[in-house]
Design a protein around this ligand. Structure first.
Ligand SMILES: Cc1ncc(COP(=O)(O)O)c(C=O)c1O
Length: 286
């Protein structure tokens, strides 16, 4: 038990068994989509919105959905049951399928589903508590960042740059506007108001971002503005934080080596973070 396991087209497999045909379009073109959902105390958190976003990504890329939402939810439960992992993360990927390598869509390919569940890393505890550092970098990604596609090279290069700078995340700037992190959405607190980039093709509409805007901020009486803002606006802000499924609510206390909010986690960020933990506890309860 507690051994990470995978699913290939609905059947449980060992992760090192997994041999996908070489001509899977995921390998050759990044022609596919994915989701990542966290498991707390044996329950998937926010599974429904994650699966709804997956279907949207599939529709945008015209990949036929060959499983129902109920079937995919069932595979999540099956992985939790078979692995015995109570706290971890489920990665799900659907590619357009296997076909001789031609750019245009193949006539007959059947989409391929793979999933895996691994235990949660111990990773971020001290950063969640004390805050993290980010760098600002140019956003070099394509213009459909709203699709959760397998094409992540801009994100991969950005995250590596952050790592080499000793930072938790790189936050990206396109045309003088802050978009999002390489695997997270970005919020600032300015005059007690939460600001974040509006939903558009230039960002991923994060499930955690939506929880912050629709559930946590109203409960805490925090106004939210979904509007573009610049790095100069960020410099003038009181606080900043990242949101994401694995990032959760990550306070930012250093930007490009300079302290923000006095280098300590701000009170608004802490409230949002605490409320997020409570939401998870309610949903996934012990
Ligand atoms: C580019 C990008 N933005 C935002 C997010 C946050 O989305 P979510 O809250 O749904 O995990 C992610 C998550 O992986 C991401 O890759």
């Amino acid at each position: 038990m507690m051994q990470p396991l995978g699913i290939l087209d609905g059947k449980i497999i060992n992760l090192d068994d997994l041999i996908l045909p070489m001509e899977d379009r995921g390998h050759q073109f990044g022609d596919g989509v994915y989701e990542y959902t966290k498991v707390y105390d044996g329950h998937c958190f926010g599974l429904q919105p994650h699966l709804e976003r997956l279907y949207r990504s599939l529709r945008e890329l015209r990949i036929p959905a060959v499983y129902t939402i109920e079937e995919l939810a069932g595979f999540h439960e099956l992985l939790i049951k078979e692995t015995g992992i109570q706290n971890g993360g489920i990665y799900l990927q659907i590619t357009r399928g296997v076909a001789p390598r031609v750019h245009s869509f193949p006539d007959k390919a059947v989409p391929k589903l793979t999933m895996s569940l691994r235990p949660a890393g111990s990773g971020n505890a001290s950063l969640w508590e004390n805050g993290a550092a980010i760098i600002l970098i140019p956003d070099i990604r394509w213009l459909r960042c709203d699709i959760k596609s397998l094409n992540l090279l801009g994100n991969v290069l950005g995250k590596q740059e952050a790592k080499e700078a000793g930072c938790f995340e790189a936050v990206m700037i396109r045309n003088g506007i802050i978009t999002e992190g390489t695997s997270s959405n970005f919020f600032v607190v300015k005059d007690g108001v939460l600001w974040t980039h509006p939903v558009s093709p230039l960002i991923l509409k994060g499930v955690t971002r939506t929880f912050v805007i629709d559930t946590l901020a109203p409960a805490l009486g925090l106004p939210v503005v979904e509007k573009e803002f610049s790095p100069a606006f960020l410099q003038s802000a009181e606080e900043a934080f990242l949101s994401g499924t694995s990032t959760e609510i990550m306070p930012i206390v250093t930007i490009d080596g300079k302290p923000l909010s006095g280098g300590a986690v701000g009170p608004v960020t802490r409230k949002v973070q605490t409320a997020y933990k409570q939401l998870i506890a309610q949903a996934c309860g012990e």
